[in-house]
Unconditional design. Structure first.
Length: 268
């Protein structure tokens, strides 16, 4: 028996597979949420606050000026979108980059794409959970869905997909800069989406310049789709533009995040 045959076999890290890698990243991100309530609590308080303030200040005025308008039902999609837009684990990713944990992950057999998609999967679960308290508040004040339970599920799914689509922007900034301040400033992107649209009044009641901007704002079509699920029944002509709006934003934002990931991996 030769010395070569007695040598210990070389040990390599075993690849777990793409889905297993993604699940590991997502599970770690979800577990961290219990230790970071400051991430979740503002995302509940802010939409509830705006929902209550808009109802208190505009409900009577809007319903007097717009015959047949149920302003509570009109405002609920706005509150949901406020809850789910811009919520991500991008700040946690910056922490991983600065601490060196991200570079250590790159030294393992983990699929690079699984790192980003795992975080996004955790975000999707988080935004679905964030939509529940706002939805419950809507039920408490009397909002009911003409499309029934299936409509409620689609309402939550579309809201979650919108939130997921928007996460690409903060992840792109996080991966490109590794700077928590830059990621925090990415919230500014939310304002034109949220306020230059039909967030407070129907499109035909906006001034001409705001109507023009709102027609180019994908959130306008998302809000219209979500509202159609509450009142008016199943209307593909309103649902399909909302789904297209989600797809357009997702294509742009996630493409930016993937390019930033490629650049970060190349530099690492």
């Amino acid at each position: 028996m030769t010395a070569t045959s007695l040598a210990a076999p070389e040990i390599h890290a075993r690849r777990a597979g793409f889905l297993a890698d993604m699940w590991s990243v997502a599970l770690r991100a979800l577990r961290a949420l219990s230790r970071e309530p400051e991430v979740v609590i503002p995302s509940i308080i802010i939409p509830v606050f705006f929902f209550a303030v808009n109802l208190g200040s505009l409900e009577n005025f809007a319903e007097m000026g717009i015959p047949g308008l149920n302003y509570k039902a009109f405002q609920l999609p706005t509150a949901i979108v406020f809850a789910v837009t811009g919520v991500s684990r991008a700040n946690a990713l910056v922490t991983d980059i600065q601490s060196g944990y991200f570079d250590r992950m790159l030294m393992t057999p983990i699929k690079r794409l699984a790192i980003l998609l795992g975080l996004m999967a955790a975000d999707f679960v988080m935004v679905l959970l964030l939509s529940i308290p706002v939805l419950v508040l809507g039920f408490i004040v009397g909002v009911r869905f003409d499309t029934g339970f299936v409509g409620i599920l689609l309402f939550m799914l579309m809201s979650g997909l919108w939130g997921l689509a928007f996460t690409g922007f903060p992840y792109a900034i996080a991966l490109k800069t590794g700077n928590p301040g830059a990621v925090g400033a990415s919230f500014i992107l939310f304002f034109p989406f949220a306020f230059l649209t039909t967030s407070t009044l129907p499109l035909e009641y906006l001034t001409s310049w705001l109507q023009t901007i709102a027609k180019w704002n994908p959130m306008t079509y998302l809000l219209e789709s979500l509202r159609s699920l509450i009142y008016g029944g199943w209307d593909p002509a309103k649902l399909i533009p909302g789904l297209i709006a989600i797809l357009v934003v997702a294509t742009i934002s996630i493409s930016m995040a993937l390019l930033a990931l490629r650049g970060r991996v190349a530099r690492g």
